[in-house]
Design a binder for this molecule. Sequence first.
Ligand code: HEM
Length: 492
Amino acid sequence: LMRTKIPEGLQKLPGPKPLPIIGNVLEVGNNPHLSLTAMSKCYGPVFQIQIGMRPVVVLSGNDVIRQALLKQGEEFAGRPDLYSTKFISDGKSLAFSTDQVGVWRARRKLALSALRTFATLQGESSEYSCALEEHISKEGLYLIERLHNVMKADGSFDPFRHIVVSVANVICGICFGRRYSHDDDELVSLVNLSDEFGKIVGSGNPADFIPFLRILPSTTMKKFVAINARFSKLMKKIVNDHYNTFDKDNIRDITDSLINHCEDRKLDENSNIQVSDEKIVGIVNDLFGAGFDTISTALSWAVVYLVAYPEIQERLQRELREKIGMDRTPRLSDRTDLPLLEAFILEIFRHSSFLPFTIPHCTSKDTSLNGYFIPKDTCVFVNQWQVNHDPELWKDPSSFNLDRFLTADGTYLNKMEGEKVLVFGLGKRRCIGESIGRAEVFLFLAILLQRLKFSGMPGEMLDMTPEYGLTMKHKRCLLRVTPQPGFEFPGT
Ligand code: HEM
């Protein structure tokens, strides 16, 4: 970059002075969402840091991020070539890999259409509006039973541990046409390791940028490699089972539909997309991985916030009692009738900003932003946490206040405010699971809150400090549940 000539009329990016070899690693520290937000106050919404020898552009502020990801979307839609990416899905991930534009676009289109088809498919029973609703409702009820049993046996439970299995089962149903028992060691132990994955792929991991760090012994890195290997092995086994039982006339799930796409393509001599079968069927790894970690993190945070703010829990339960009652299970179509719950979810997304940065982006050609020159192949971090805590956008951003998303009389959701929350990214790389994600967080929470009251362990303080990563988790904790009035646990 030093040698790159800056075109006339454009300026050199501002930013902190880097140290030799390590760059700004020390200033970035263990909480890049906080340190880079602080730097944006000093250097503005577009600035440059250096991690190791490599320059990284950091984007903050609603206007700049919209300009880059929406108006100049094409130029900012690439992914950087990072060390850790090679271990994810054997380097063939749709979300993380450096696929060339045409290949990524073809895979993304296939992934979107597969998700849309299988989430909106008619469920087995007419009781449900779609397969997604059916999976979530059933898993929500299993989860309640599970929590009851754990409470009976142990007197408390670890929320993430159980929620992650239920959420994984929803996406398993859609991707693989099956679910796993909460006692299945293979799945339960794997999905419970997602925090180790997130620690390595979070924006700003020094080993991604500084080669000599990779040869130092690192237990986190070893665990990361091992998790990816286990994950790939499980996915390969499931995909092989699908190949062995594949029937063109009975497409059971997303994996089948991707296999079918490969078969059809072979018959289509005019096809010009050069994407290997492995990369097509491998899309299911991304859908499964992205589909369980994000949503279970969101739900687990939601439960912790309910415990931290009991008066809010009470308000949400009153809304459910008044609008739904106890005679039926909440449905997706209840969303418009439960503005408080919708506001609560938005405030969880905003306040926790549990996806503090998008997956790192990369420029596909020389470009400029706010008058600054940014060369091709520059790694770009998009600071979602900063947008969600920007005092220019939010009144008193550090306070947890769901009323900010309600109209003045408190009866409707203020959609305009809701759209300011940035957790799914924007533009060409925007999350493809957004509507499934929002639906799932809503319905799981509605079902849980209708029947259960969450509380902490007497005398124990909840630690809400997030642990930095691609998805930030709260510390593991123990909570309790009691049934809501009018609900009895099955078998009691
Ligand atoms: C990408 C957030 C749920 C699939 C992303 C990105 C974010 C995000 C921030 C990166 C955007 C960027 O790089 O600019 C979330 C949140 C979720 C969620 C907050 C839930 C609350 C899901 C679900 C699926 C999914 C349920 C699939 C079933 C993906 C995929 C990508 C992605 C495949 C990569 C897109 C690409 O690189 O083109 N998501 N996500 N996500 N998400 Fe999600």
